[in-house]
Design a protein around this ligand. Structure first.
Ligand SMILES: Cc1cc2nc3c(=O)[nH]c(=O)nc-3n(C[C@H](O)[C@H](O)[C@H](O)COP(=O)(O)O)c2cc1C
Length: 321
């Protein structure tokens, strides 16, 4: 079930992928997920418009080094010419894979004709895929099961993506109107898998290794994409792939802090580690009382102290089955 995965010309080390997560999947987190066995990690969504104007915040999202062996950027945009401009731009020259965001449900994004709005416009979505393919890079798509419960069409959408030249499609089994809650429509993923020959990755609602395997079995998907659970328990990649790792969560968080500080400023590092630690505490009994001081810590020294308190004496996480 867990194996290497071919995508275009690349052979990924595993078919367990880490999802793009805005505010989290910066370079340090991607390096961690790769270290623990993830086969592919993505930058958080990066606005093609923002890249066109070389907006600083957007360009920061593209930070990577030669140590990240497989580089995948996720682009958000709704205009084929602008997507092509970004895909072919010097800014993305190091990236091997372009993932197109066709799933973001946020109202402002949807209203601008980007993210999940593209699921309602097959022609424009296909034109965007073809535009990105002009870069010569591998192009993947991340979409949803549909727009709402009476408007689900993952299989038709996957077929369109394949016809337009996509090399892989990830389906978040929830509809746009479900946002991030509720049980995903895994049958939509199963139907999409049966409809295309490019790899199909299942995403949504996976909160244990056991669930990851079950979703792969039930949908027949070629791989699985872990999202929020990867923040809660980064060891899920190790559990699924068998990659050895002796580190504790505390060690991992301190390493993340140092790596983040190497590439970003103190303000970013502080907020990133606070948010990551907060996810890590979710299923650790006895850690709630530290939450306030975690978020109140105003310096990295203070943060390190509180992390040591939280993660040295707390119980290991309790996973769902
Ligand atoms: C905080 C947060 C940020 C996200 N950012 C992105 C993003 O940048 N691009 C994207 O395609 N999906 C994004 N997603 C959606 C996830 O990649 C994933 O599809 C979703 O969380 C469902 O998986 P889960 O139920 O296992 O968490 C985000 C989700 C969350 C909760």
């Amino acid at each position: 079930m867990i194996k290497k995965l071919r995508v275009g010309t690349l052979l990924l080390p595993s078919n367990v992928l880490m999802a793009p997560l805005a505010g989290y999947t910066c370079y340090p987190f991607r390096m961690l997920a790769y270290e623990l066995g993830a086969g592919l990690c993505f930058t958080e969504m990066t606005s093609a418009n923002g890249l066109k104007y070389q907006d600083r915040a957007n360009c920061r999202l593209l930070l990577t080094t030669e140590k990240e062996k497989i580089k995948a950027v996720q682009l958000l945009g709704g205009v084929p010419a602008i997507m092509e401009h970004s895909a072919c731009s010097e800014l993305l020259k190091d990236y091997h894979i372009i993932d197109i965001n066709m799933g973001c449900p946020v109202p402002n994004v949807f209203k601008s004709g980007e993210g999940s709005a593209l699921m309602l416009d097959f022609k424009r979505a296909a034109a965007i895929i073809r535009s990105c393919k002009k870069s010569g890079k591998i192009v993947t798509v991340k979409c949803r099961a549909g727009i709402h419960k009476d408007q689900r069409f993952a299989a038709e959408f996957a077929r369109m993506c394949e016809d337009a030249g996509a090399d892989l499609i990830t389906i978040h089994g929830r509809t746009r109107s479900m946002m991030y809650d509720g049980t995903p429509w895994y049958d939509e993923i199963e139907q999409a898998k049966a409809a295309v020959s490019i790899p199909v990755i299942a995403n949504g609602g996976i909160f244990s290794s056991h669930q990851a395997i079950k979703v792969m079995e039930n949908t027949g998907a070629d791989g699985i994409m872990i999202a929020r659970y990867g923040l809660e328990n980064p060891f899920v990649f190790q559990e699924l792939t068998g990659v050895p790792c002796e580190k504790s969560l505390l060690q991992i968080l301190l390493e993340q802090m140092h790596l983040a500080l190497t590439y970003y400023d103190e303000t970013y590092t502080l907020s990133y580690i606070q948010k990551l630690a907060s996810y890590g505490m979710k299923k650790r009994p006895g850690t709630k009382r530290y939450k306030e001081s975690l978020h109140r810590s105003g310096s990295l020294e203070e943060l390190e102290d509180i992390l040591r308190k939280i993660f040295s004496d707390s119980q290991p996480p309790q996973s769902q089955s």
